[in-house]
Design a protein around this ligand. Structure first.
Ligand SMILES: Nc1ncnc2c1ncn2[C@@H]1O[C@H](COP(=O)(O)OP(=O)(O)O)[C@@H](O)[C@H]1O
Ligand SMILES: [Mg+2]
Length: 378
């Protein structure tokens, strides 16, 4: 298979076990984001793929060729990879065109020059060929780094948090530009990030690396968001409402309403996580017997297109730990403080995870709410 194939890789620095039997496959033409918290081993995995770190256990193949295993280590320059790592910034003393030509030193000069200009054209930077890195903005330098990485037509492109140094506005634009250049090149790309929104935006597939050095879940962005298989994954995307409940006759009840839970046995303890956009608010016009959970609005925060509304559920039977609920709602809905409204739930944004006696989720939840098949184990 063309692309990157990582098989059973474990890695430790001294006693610090960083990667634990990680396997993944990144086919040519796909952009895969490796998403995980800081310290979870993302950079280590990229450095192993690049050959900047010696492999301790497992095997790595690029386009079906073994580049590292217990016995052999192909040096980085023979792996045919393009790198965009923070420590591989542009050479300050070289002009832009010389930076991009740098990886083409095996080729005849005029051919290398033509290729470099072609790459500058692709990233919209031909006008800067004779400039020097310090004359460029951060975003422009990123474009040059991308052109430099792609110029030798690598088999594989490895990007390590390439936009972390850029401000938010710039990041949006450069992500889009990068995507179109990468799609045109058809190169297999692994991009490491700790930013879930960045991964959602960029990736064909996302692999989630947990704190235990294992891949927790792999799938398309839609699956990761709508069918998280671990509480950890569900919580990656920001604010979550968490309730504890028990399965009864194929459903679970939480203060916001009832959610189907087919396939889980009666009496099973579960945690129910509800995204703020899965909480619905309804004005009951002051009616006494309105459906839904009664509440008080605590505060509202405008986030641009949406509001985040914090409410407190007021029914007597709601446990104290579950009273505070976050609601994400379209900005035109601006609940007046203490207006008469009730809360309900959209089950599409609710995820059920079996828990142990302490209420910690055991991780293999939510099969019942998945409509799509989970990605085959790799
Ligand atoms: N060269 C190294 N020597 C010792 N420990 C390291 C080295 N590189 C990384 N680590 C440790 O390995 C763990 C994972 O690091 P890293 O792969 O950089 O994670 P991430 O990129 O996900 O933030 C961290 O605990 C880090 O301190
Ligand atoms: Mg890192």
């Amino acid at each position: 298979m063309k692309g990157l194939h990582v098989i059973g890789v474990s890695h430790a620095y001294g006693n610090n076990k960083v990667l634990n039997n990680v396997s993944l496959m990144i086919p040519a033409g796909e952009l895969v984001c490796l998403l995980g918290p800081s310290g979870s081993g993302k950079t280590t995995l990229l450095r192993l793929a690049a050959g900047l770190e010696r492999l301790q256990q497992g095997e790595i193949l690029i386009n079906d060729e073994v580049v590292a295993n217990a016995k052999m280590h192909l040096p980085p320059e023979h792996r045919g990879i393009g790198l965009m790592f923070q420590e591989y910034a542009l050479f300050p003393h070289l002009s832009i065109i010389d930076n991009v030509t740098f990886g083409l030193d095996g080729q005849p000069k005029d051919k290398a020059h033509r290729r470099a200009m072609e790459m500058l054209d692709q990233v919209g930077m031909t006008a800067y060929a004779e400039s020097y890195p310090h004359m460029l903005s951060g975003g422009q330098q990123q474009r040059i780094a991308l052109a430099r990485a792609l110029a030798p037509e690598p088999k594989l492109l490895l990007l390590d948090e390439p936009y972390s140094g850029l401000d938010t506005n710039l990041r949006g634009q450069i992500r889009e530009d990068t995507l179109s250049v990468l799609k045109a090149s058809g190169v297999a790309t692994v991009m490491v990030t700790h930013d879930p929104e960045e991964a959602m935006f960029m990736a064909d597939r996302i692999k989630i690396l947990g704190n235990n050095g294992r891949i927790l879940q792999a799938g398309r962005p839609h699956d990761i968001y709508y069918h998280p298989q671990h509480e950890f994954v569900a919580k990656l995307f920001g604010l979550m409402n968490r309730f504890e409940s028990v399965v009864k006759d194929g459903h679970v009840d939480i203060p916001l309403g009832r959610i189907p839970a087919k396939g889980l046995e009666n009496g099973r303890k579960v945690a129910v996580l509800v995204r703020p956009e899965g909480v619905t608010l309804t004005s009951n016009g002051g009616a006494k017997s309105a459906a839904g959970a009664p509440l008080e609005v605590v505060s509202t925060h405008l986030l641009g297109h949406d509001n985040i509304v914090r409410v407190a559920l007021t029914a007597d039977n709601v446990p104290a730990s579950e009273r505070d609920v976050y609601v994400r709602i379209h900005h035109t809905f601006e609940p007046e403080l203490s207006q008469q409204i009730t809360a309900g739930i959209d089950p599409e944004y609710a995820f059920i995870f079996p828990t142990d006696e302490e209420g910690e989720s055991t991780g293999t939840g939510n099969r019942l709410l998945s409509v799509s098949q989970p990605e085959a184990a790799e």
